[in-house]
Design a protein around this ligand. Sequence first.
Ligand code: NAP
Ligand code: GLV
Length: 309
Amino acid sequence: MFISNEDRVDAWCEYLQAELQDLNFYAWPQDADAIDPLDIDYVLAWKPPPGVIKRFPNIKAILSLGAGIDGITCDPELPTNKPVARLVDTSLTQGMTHYIVYWTIHHHRDMDKYRAFEASKTWTQLPQAIASNRKVGILGLGELGTAAGRALSSLHFEVAGWSRSEKKIDGITSYFGDDGLSDFLARSEILICLLPLTDATAGIINSKLLNQLPKNAVFINCARGGHVVDDDLLAALDQEHLSKAVLDVFNTEPLPSDHPYWDHPKITVTPHIAALTAPHSGAGYVAENIRRIERGEVPMNLIDLANGY
Ligand code: NAP
Ligand code: GLV
């Protein structure tokens, strides 16, 4: 067994060992001297250093320790003949749903304005916004987008999602494919990005897309920084087309201290915490995927490397 250079590696090892007592777990590079690369059956990783996975020629699968697998697929030397499976984890899905509901309601109910009123000791009551009149759009209706969309719909928001294929989900209007994007954007007053980062989605949040949103729209990015063309987002905010942005993910992480996002009055920055994989809950899922492979079954949530997600 092999776990690449991932923080919380001790916790992962502990919980996986409890699930799979017959297997040996090694951490790379810490245990590099103790392992024979030919003996390694699985790589468990989130953002392994490029070129490391190919050192283990006999692996049966690469199992992601996060929902996104772009940190694995960006390796130019990634073996393309091994199955890659991503992580689906209840606590991750709940964390993402809570983050999205929190910021959607924050902006829906004008909480930034009330904060400013409070700072100037001003007693002002704005008209109460009505959820069923608020159109929320989610780019990506997969595991996380669907869960967040369902939660927002249950709170009476008018929810739509955009995906590659058509969806039939109660309470969520489905837009799909390149042809569905413009209509989806034109109605989305709060736009949430939950797409995987692939060749097709890199840089998708650019001027062309942002200009199709209604004036004063809010943008929330919980997916990857690589989806956003930073200068285009800043221009949309500075030209008052967008009213606010909430950004959890960035082209460079940690976000450099001199980046304009930090001080921008219309931007909220959080440090890639929308949803964190917890080893105590994720280990059960990873262990089940290993058991499936050992039984000769197909692992859950396999990636289609041709599509990149
Ligand atoms: P998922 O289940 O694979 O869902 C991806 C969705 O995106 C699917 O609905 C898919 O459409 C759609 N999609 C992919 N490419 C598309 C394209 N070119 N055009 C239109 N739609 C496209 O992924 P997930 O588990 O929901 O996770 C989504 C992303 O969230 C991850 O990849 C990761 O980057 C990010 N994430 C961030 C955090 C954080 O803390 N900030 C935590 C976890 C995950 P189809 O349904 O038609 O295939
Ligand atoms: C976090 O960003 C993940 O992909 O799990």
